[in-house]
Every structure is written in structure tokens, then in C-alpha cells.
Design a protein around this ligand. Structure first.
Ligand SMILES: Cc1cc2nc3c(=O)[nH]c(=O)nc-3n(C[C@H](O)[C@H](O)[C@H](O)COP(=O)(O)O)c2cc1C
Length: 201
């Protein structure tokens, strides 16, 4: 079995993370791997930021405020809302290393019609997923733990403001990275099922 296939099979979302934070050089190695992802029209539509501890509270609070408004509009009971918000805040604060991934529209085609404009943005999002998967696989192959947090996608302006990011950066996801805690057990995950997910025509 090749090393890459081994990493694909072994990768799981590891939410039990402990320090120390990754060394700056290791973060740069992982981001460099992300920057080799396939992308539409020979573009490089991704941007990444490593979020230092002093910026975390502002980030988590801004995303939390936006999420609280959504949860209230959905009529979620306050106790349930506050538990979810506190857990989310904790995850951002406590991640040993925290990366934010964004998309930019550099080099994408511009279309007047909504159908093609959405498809074009979809191309960038596909590429972003490939870039993030590079990070997750590389982390798994190094024995690190990592998982994806999609909250920034729901509160892009709050994230840009909290982190003082360029207006052209469209926040997509956070990646928490660190060392797996000994007791963390990944969620159950169904085995790959070709019968359900694959057809030949
Ligand atoms: C687009 C996307 C968004 C996700 N958002 C979150 C998230 O916000 N919080 C979280 O804990 N996991 C998140 N995950 C991780 C998934 O829950 C996880 O990949 C899935 O349950 C399969 O488990 P595995 O990664 O261990 O194979 C996300 C994954 C993807 C691809």
C-alpha cells in the first residue's frame, strides 16, 4: 500500500487535540502542500492565515455573535444555544494551532448570469476542498491530529473584521491542528459502500 493511500485510509477528524503548537516551519510545510492543490484555469484561488492566540478571542466572539443571531432566529432554546456557542468558542481558543482558509476570485471568469457565476465560484470551492484535504492528509501522515470547522463560511464578514483581512478574502473554514489526545475516539463512520455511492453507466 502506498504511503498516500495509507494516509487517506488513516485520516480521521481528530477533535481531541493537545499541544504543543506546531512549529512555524511545520505550519509552512503543510500550507505549502495545500498550495499544490488542483485549481481551475491555472489559478491559485486560496489564501491561508495562521491565527495566533491573542487574536482567537476576537475571532471566536465575532463568529459566535453571528451564530447566536442565527440560532435565535431559528428558535433554538437558550440553554442549547449557549452550550453550542461555548463549545465552539472553546474549540477556537484551545486549538494548539489554528489555520483559516479563504478563497479569492483571482483569475476566475466573470459571468453576467447567475448560473455560470455560481458554477465558477463552485470551481474555487472545489479547489479549496482539495487544498484543505492536502493539509488533513499531510497531518495524518505526520501523526498529527486535525479537523475542519466550517463556521467561517457562515460569518465571513465577522471573520474578516476580527482578523483584519483583505475584503477580497472569502473565509471558508478553520483547521485545528495539534497532537491527538490519547483518549480521543473518532466518531463512527460508515465503511465505504460502492453499492450505494457508485454506479457504472
Ligand atoms: C465541508 C466540511 C465541513 C465540516 N465542518 C465541521 C465542523 O464545523 N465541525 C467539526 O467538528 N467537523 C467538521 N467537519 C468534519 C466532518 O464532521 C467529518 O469529516 C465527517 O464527520 C467524517 O469524519 P472523518 O473526517 O473522521 O472521516 C467538516 C467536514 C467538511 C468536509
Amino acid at each position: 500500500m502506498s504511503a498516500i493511500e495509507d494516509a487517506i485510509r488513516r485520516r480521521r477528524s481528530i477533535r481531541g487535540l493537545t499541544g504543543p503548537a506546531l512549529a512555524p516551519a511545520e505550519v509552512e510545510e503543510l500550507v505549502t502542500l495545500a498550495l499544490t492543490a488542483p485549481a481551475p484555469h491555472h489559478t491559485q484561488p486560496w489564501r491561508f492565515a495562521e491565527i495566533s492566540s491573542p487574536r482567537r478571542d476576537a475571532l471566536a466572539t465575532a463568529m459566535g455573535d453571528a451564530w447566536r443571531a442565527d440560532l435565535d432566529a431559528d428558535g433554538v432554546p437558550p440553554a442549547q444555544r449557549d452550550r453550542a456557542l461555548a463549545r465552539s468558542h472553546r474549540r477556537v481558543i484551545e486549538a494548539p494551532t489554528l489555520l483559516l482558509g479563504c478563497i479569492v476570485a483571482d483569475g476566475l471568469n466573470h459571468y453576467a448570469d447567475d448560473r455560470r457565476a455560481r458554477a465558477e465560484w463552485g470551481l474555487a470551492q472545489h479547489s479549496f476542498g482539495a487544498a484543505l484535504q492536502n493539509i488533513l492528509l499531510a497531518a495524518a501522515s505526520r501523526g498529527l491530529g486535525a479537523y475542519w470547522i466550517s463556521a467561517p463560511l457562515y460569518a465571513p464578514q465577522a471573520v474578516r473584521t476580527a482578523l483584519d483581512l483583505d475584503a477580497t478574502w472569502e473565509p471558508q473554514a478553520l483547521v485545528c491542528l495539534g497532537h491527538p489526545t490519547e483518549d480521543y475516539v473518532p466518531f463512527d463512520r460508515p465503511s465505504p459502500d460502492l453499492g450505494r455511492h457508485f454506479v457504472r453507466r
